[in-house]
Design a protein around this ligand. Structure first.
Ligand code: GLV
Ligand code: MN
Ligand code: MN
Length: 416
């Protein structure tokens, strides 16, 4: 039997920074290419053990909070803590850097501070947020949304993965009590400020010829499920004129998604996932689910874009005798990072460039509650959420240098 070969993009890992090299084999996805590391599944559990082991090697005390986020404390946990970190989960078939770079850079920076004999005057922690990509349960930044109360706990408990497993059941299976999921005022009250270092996911630093930048803002963004319903039927016995085919309506709706975003300059809209029900080659589908990711500079513009996409999807459905519903699954308003922190960063690090980003981050969720900031490390491929995502070792080292310097300043009583 001839088995077609899938095109699997090559993972871009010629020379990983040491922390990333340690986890280079965890969660490799040989079918899609890259990594698939999803909440509380085998790779994620292995990465959590690795994180605990790595943090304990630095003498940090690791705790899991009520939402499955990991906190590694340098010194006694307490208020006004300087917190840094990121996430270890990935999109399906993702790269090696999105998330893990921030975690390994935090471990490296604290290791360096310790080795230099630095004595902190404040509590400091590295956090590893759960399900940042929303790849298993559909809501991005789930761990930080639960922590901050940005998602209702009942709504979160009822989320289901591709196999129909609820978040509540998945939590129970790994020893997290689902009854305790939700806003964690004690954990929140301890955070004085949060810094997330992240690989850049666009071309800003390539164009500027610089290794590191400070984040200025995040686009408003959200996810919606588009369900187009028609009539399931026989692929051979149903004439073309008789059909109410939701796949054809969906195809037209997808073209409408592109047209809507192109008609509102600067906006972005993507359908990256599709599921036909029941999904047989000789079966006209009865319904088709697709997932829309839409982003724009302001909340209002994003809402306008989605309303236009909805109108186009309704029209496409009607033209094919189908119906369409667009349901919001998650929403994140536009974020401006803390001006005071950005100013402090500029004073400590010199004139680093500032860059906006179209990608969502836990730092964006936390920004609604605590001063938050981000550092970006240049990605010479300009590609992210794909195996080609990359950062040169020298640029990763420049990122750690910047983070170490900031932690040194922020953990000293000395004002900047
Ligand atoms: C997360 O990386 C997102 O922007 O979707
Ligand atoms: Mn990502
Ligand atoms: Mn990320």
């Amino acid at each position: 039997m001839h088995v077609p070969r899938l095109h699997v993009p090559r993972l871009h890992v010629p020379q990983l920074p040491s922390g990333l090299a340690e986890i280079a084999d965890v969660g490799r996805d040989h079918r899609r290419g890259g990594y698939s590391r999803h909440l509380w599944q085998a790779a994620d559990l292995e990465l959590r053990s690795w994180f605990v082991e790595r943090a304990e090697r630095l003498g940090l005390d690791v705790e899991t909070d009520r939402n499955g986020n990991l906190w590694a404390w340098w010194g006694q946990p307490g208020t006004d803590a300087v917190v840094t970190g990121s996430h270890l989960d990935s999109v399906p078939g993702g790269g090696a850097y999105d998330g893990p770079l921030g975690v390994v850079s935090a471990l490296e920076a604290i290791g360096r501070l310790q080795a230099s004999g630095f004595v902190s005057t404040k509590p400091c922690a590295i956090v590893m947020f759960a399900e940042e990509e929303g790849s298993r349960f559909g809501v991005a930044c789930l761990g930080s949304r639960l922590l901050t109360g940005a998602i209702d706990a009942d709504q979160a408990r009822a989320l289901t993965d591709h196999d129909g497993v609820t978040l509540a059941d998945a939590a129970r299976q790994v020893g997290v009590d689902p009854a305790h999921l939700g806003i964690d005022r004690d954990a929140l009250a301890r955070i004085g400020l949060f810094i997330e270092l992240h690989v850049e996911q666009g071309r800003g630093l390539i164009d500027l010829g610089q290794p590191v930048a400070v984040a200025s803002s995040i686009l408003a963004h959200g996810r919606w499920r588009l369900t187009v319903t028609g009539q399931g039927n026989h692929a051979g016995a149903t004439t073309m004129g008789e059909r109410r085919d939701p796949m054809v309506a969906t195809a037209r709706a997808i073209v409408g998604v592109q047209a809507a975003a192109l008609s509102l300059p600067g906006t972005r809209a993507t359908i990256g996932r599709i599921e036909a029900i029941p999904g047989g080659t000789n079966v006209i589908a009865s319904s088709v689910h697709t997932w829309l990711d839409a982003r724009a500079e302001t909340d209002q513009e994003t809402r306008l874009l989605v309303a236009d996409i909805d109108a186009r999807a309704q029209q496409a459905a009607q033209q094919n005798g189908c119906s369409a519903t667009l349901t919001e699954e998650s929403w994140a308003g536009a974020v401006q990072f803390h001006p005071g922190l950005r100013e402090r960063f500029a004073r400590a690090l010199g004139q680093l460039p500032e860059l906006p980003t179209g990608a969502g981050h836990d730092a964006g969720v936390l920004a609604a509650q605590v001063p938050s900031a981000m550092l970006f490390v240049r990605n010479p491929t300009g590609i992210s959420h794909a195996p080609e995502e990359f950062a040169e070792t020298a640029d990763c080292a420049a990122g750690v240098d910047a983070l170490e310097l900031l932690l040194r300043e922020l953990l000293s009583e000395r004002p900047l």
